[in-house]
Design a protein around this ligand. Structure first.
Ligand code: NAD
Length: 316
């Protein structure tokens, strides 16, 4: 019942932007076939389902599926009232090992994204996976170039994303930004993003959480082959999946609610190209789970809690 589920969604301020966003956001990376080849029509229905159920913030990147995710998302958003959702994409990452945070490239990148997304402005533009770049360049060149686009009306707000939370706090201290995003850093397996949230909030920076299912680790399907988690983490996650199965509950439900609940996150982006999964996700993110089950899961996962993997060109 879409009408009923719509009322489930809680809205939160996106830092100081003046925008109000749903506690669950739509992450469009699966539209690029990042997890599995997709049925484009189903992917489009997943986007429409999210919007119909009250999700009003969408995250994408030219990197996802080598621009395919933005192209499919653009098709999904055709005819949808542009003022009814907050659209976020990224600059700087274009392939597994392909990064370019130069002013010239990111300015061109925004134009290309606008064309693929079929719009004349982005609500949020983020520097993508900054730990692979030079943080001095991000601060001194990339963000100023994006600020000029903001003054020209092409983008409304600026942010950065990274796996190492310290890269985010470093940039937020150096230059005014509106948002940060990290992924897999506040889940049943990690808490690093929550630890950093108060200092970011004190600067007026909105904290966005992504990958509540730890990119598939906390799902029955399990992690894709490219997943960077070390074997001990994969094993513990598989044990957690089994524990939930024994209790008759899909671990994705518990993982989603756990990640999305804290009010210190403006939103939590979950990705799926399946409209049925998306409908379940909206319901699950909004529905409390048995605290005893969460405690039991935390017990199983404690030995690997916070076991992060290396990401980027330097230590942060
Ligand atoms: P996720 O934790 O949301 O997991 C996605 C996987 O879980 C997919 O395989 C999906 O099919 C599956 N799934 C989703 N709902 C399910 C359900 N109800 N039941 C079972 N399986 C389900 O990871 P993600 O998609 O990588 O992250 C979400 C979004 O966050 C991304 O799409 C992207 O927009 C954003 N993100 C950004 C960055 C970055 O900026 N560096 C990194 C990671 C994620």
């Amino acid at each position: 019942d879409g009408g009923k589920d719509r009322h489930l969604v809680e809205y939160r301020p996106l830092g100081r932007t003046g925008l109000t966003v749903s506690m669950l956001g739509y992450g469009a990376s699966p539209l690029g076939g990042v997890y599995a080849p997709i049925d484009e029509q189903a992917g489009i229905r997943a986007v429409r389902t999210a919007l119909d159920l009250g999700v009003n913030i969408i995250d994408v990147s030219p990197y996802y599926g080598a621009t395919a995710a933005e192209t499919v998302l653009g098709r999904a958003l055709r005819g949808v009232d542009r003022d009814s959702y907050v659209l976020a994409t990224k600059v700087g990452r274009y392939g597994e090992d392909s990064f370019d945070f130069s002013a010239a490239r990111v300015v061109a990148s925004v134009e290309e994204s606008l064309a693929r997304l079929g719009t004349d402005h982005l609500d949020l533009i983020q520097c993508h996976d900054i730990e692979f770049g030079d943080l001095d360049q991000i601060v001194e060149e990339t963000l100023p170039a994006l600020a000029a686009l903001r003054d020209a009306g092409k983008v409304r707000h600026l942010g950065v994303t990274a796996y190492p939370v310290t890269a985010l706090t470093h940039v937020a201290r150096a230059v005014p930004i509106d948002t940060v995003l990290s992924y897999c850093r506040y889940t049943l397996l990690d808490r690093a993003l929550a630890d950093a949230a108060p200092q970011l909030a004190a600067r007026g920076v909105a904290v966005m959480n992504a990958s509540p299912l730890a990119m598939g680790l906390l799902s029955r399907r399990g992690a894709p082959p490219w997943h960077p988690a070390p074997p001990a983490v994969r094993q513990a996650a598989a044990d957690a999946v089994r524990l939930c199965d024994e209790r008759g509950l899909d671990i994705a439900r518990v993982a989603l609610r756990f990640a999305a609940e804290p009010a210190q996150f403006a939103t939590t982006f979950v990705g799926t190209a399946d409209p049925h999964d998306m409908a379940r996700n909206v319901r699950w993110a909004s529905t409390p789970v048995d605290p005893e089950l969460v405690r039991d899961l935390e017990h199983v996962l404690r030995p690997v809690l916070g076991h992060a993997w290396p990401s980027g060109r330097q230590r942060h």
